[in-house]
Ligand binder design. Sequence first.
Ligand SMILES: Nc1c(NC[C@H](O)[C@H](O)[C@H](O)CO)[nH]c(=O)[nH]c1=O
Ligand SMILES: CC(=O)[C@@H](O)COP(=O)(O)O
Length: 160
Amino acid sequence: MATENKNLSVYDKTTIPNAKNLRFGIVVSEWNGKITEGLYNGALSALLDCGAVVENIIRWDVPGSFELTYGAKKMILKHEPDAIIVIGSVIQGETKHFDFVCSAAAQGIKDLNVKYNTPVIFCVLTDNTMQQAIDRSGGKHGNKGTEAAIAAIQMAVLGN
Ligand SMILES: Nc1c(NC[C@H](O)[C@H](O)[C@H](O)CO)[nH]c(=O)[nH]c1=O
Ligand SMILES: CC(=O)[C@@H](O)COP(=O)(O)O
């Protein structure tokens, strides 16, 4: 189902485990900061709505989406949170750089999920235009940060 057919912010709170005893890390890319702040706000609001406490949520900022992998790895090693959300916004420019940044971020985060026992949730928008990014970070299609927060809670308790 494409995002245009699904609101990213909709969740049934009765089906989400209580997050009161869970610790989260959030690594935020500074590139396209208006977008990533919107994603962060969506993620934070959903975590708190589901019972998480702000004292148990650690935020680190990194320069761009390429650095999300390193930031998440360092957070795993330093804090061992129950789950990490990495937040980025990659928008197509004139060159192929978009392809390399998106691929590196996706592969790097996948590799962390394989190597470590901390779920790392991929909240990286990869958009053709700024409007697509706006629409998915609190706009008409909802907020992918909200979706990522719910996934983080679900993955944090998986198998418990
Ligand atoms: N163009 C975008 C970037 N580019 C920067 C890279 O992520 C990286 O910081 C740089 O190559 C140095 O290693 N990053 C984004 O997150 N979004 C973009 O649209
Ligand atoms: C995703 C990028 O790195 C991109 O926005 C950079 O723009 P350009 O491809 O025009 O250099």
